[in-house]
Design a protein around this ligand. Structure first.
Ligand SMILES: [Zn+2]
Ligand SMILES: [Zn+2]
Length: 141
């Protein structure tokens, strides 16, 4: 699902700069991308883009709540454009990240568990770690 990044920036009341648009479009193409991936993709369309510029813009867009940082066990953080709360499938071998929607039943169970601890669940997002199909197929060879 492609996001209109210029609209997204305006919705957040942020200045539309060429750097921001390039970086957000790069992330948009991957869905979830780490700094190196964003840099490689951004540099392809914006050749003067430096790694420092990417880093600085990504950091500020996280602070401005337009990007979300995913801290992944043993992999570099990945970034995605903020959208509806959702969960992730994370491959432990290649670090690929895929969005998934939890079933209502799982969300209700999680909320019930939280309430045992007298906690009101609001957003339920989980990371499921495992192996993607590609990595499993490679392992079979
Ligand atoms: Zn994998
Ligand atoms: Zn995601």
């Amino acid at each position: 699902m492609k996001i209109d990044v210029i609209k997204k920036l305006k919705e957040h009341g942020l200045k539309v700069t060429p750097q921001r648009v390039t970086i957000l479009n790069a992330i948009n193409e991957y869905g979830h991308a780490n700094i190196d991936e964003i840099y490689q993709k951004a540099k392809a369309t914006h050749y003067s883009m430096s790694l420092a510029t990417v880093y600085k813009n990504v950091t500020s867009l996280v602070e401005l709540n337009l990007l979300k940082e995913l801290s992944l066990n043993s992999f570099k953080s990945k970034y995605e454009i903020v959208k509806e709360p959702h969960s992730h499938l994370v491959c432990k071998k290649c670090g690929s990240v895929e969005d998934i929607e939890l079933s209502q039943e799982i969300e209700q169970n999680a909320a019930a568990l939280a309430s045992i601890k007298d906690f009101e669940a609001q957003d339920i997002e989980v990371e499921i770690y495992g192996l993607c199909r590609e990595c499993r197929e490679q392992g079979r060879v």
